[in-house]
Design a protein around this ligand. Structure first.
Ligand code: ZN
Length: 251
């Protein structure tokens, strides 16, 4: 059946459609949905936030195994032409600019599915908040993932600079990551061992993901309203550079 799905996927890609990973109950035929939608009981619709997260994580498992599928299908030129008319991504991924974190590849997704916001240290300032607000308010995305990653250089730089705050434009990034380092170190001296320092940087990375996730609602009345109304869900996640796995830390 997997092979059949793949063949039909490729066949219909030229029409700007892709085969939903969910088959209609009680039928032997795959349901074909537009990009960004899935089939539930034979009806195409935007995935719920939980379904969207499942799609991302399933794609990530493909990536981790070196078995990308959706990227090839949905990067089809015909699909591109259809999507040129409009976009309805279901997920927003706020992640780091690190060259090893292209969200579409990590999650094995093609054009039109993920609205990506990338900045070193996956922090949020007005531009990033405005981008996320646009995606949920005007494009209809209902899932937000704050994705940090192992050995993040921006967090490490902030840790190394602490208790200093840095200067210039990079200093503005350090300033935004600083609260996470402060929460972990709490004014205490850093350990002297390399391994201990590296472990503490990882703690800072997790704390930064948490603080950034919380700050989305604190800094954006629009995100807060959508969250409180149950229109969106926000998840925290961390990417492992070594095994390629995205692990969800919580909601
Ligand atoms: Zn990073």
């Amino acid at each position: 059946m997997k092979q059949l799905l793949k063949q039909v996927s490729l066949a219909v890609a030229a029409c700007g459609l892709f085969v939903a990973p969910v088959l209609a109950t009680g039928t032997n035929f795959p349901v074909i949905c537009p990009v960004g939608q899935i089939a539930t009981r034979g009806v195409c619709a935007q995935p719920t936030p939980d379904q969207g997260l499942k799609l991302l994580l399933e794609g990530n498992r493909n990536f981790a195994k070196g078995n990308l599928l959706h990227l090839a299908v949905l990067s089809n030129p015909a699909v591109r032409k259809v999507l040129a008319l409009g976009q309805h991504p279901y997920a927003v991924v706020l992640t780091c600019s690190d060259s090893r974190l292209p969200a579409e590849i990590l999650f094995d997704k093609g054009l039109g599915e993920i609205f990506t916001v990338r900045v070193a240290g996956n922090v949020v300032a007005p531009h990033e908040l405005g981008s996320i607000e646009y995606a949920i308010e005007h494009l209809g995305a209902n899932l937000v993932v704050v994705l940090g990653h192992e050995r993040c250089g921006a967090v490490k730089a902030t840790y190394d600079t602490y208790p200093g705050e840095g200067e210039g434009n990079i200093g503005s990034l350090v300033k935004d990551i600083y609260p996470a380092v402060e929460a972990v170190l709490g004014g205490n001296p850093k350990p002297t061992g390399t391994a201990e320092k590296a472990a503490q940087v990882e703690e800072c990375i997790v704390e930064n993901i948490k603080l950034v996730s919380e700050s989305l609602e604190a800094k954006s009345p629009i995100i807060k309203e959508y969250k409180e109304l149950g229109k969106i869900k926000i998840f925290r996640a961390k990417y492992d550079l070594d095994d390629g796995i995205v692990r969800v830390l919580g909601e």
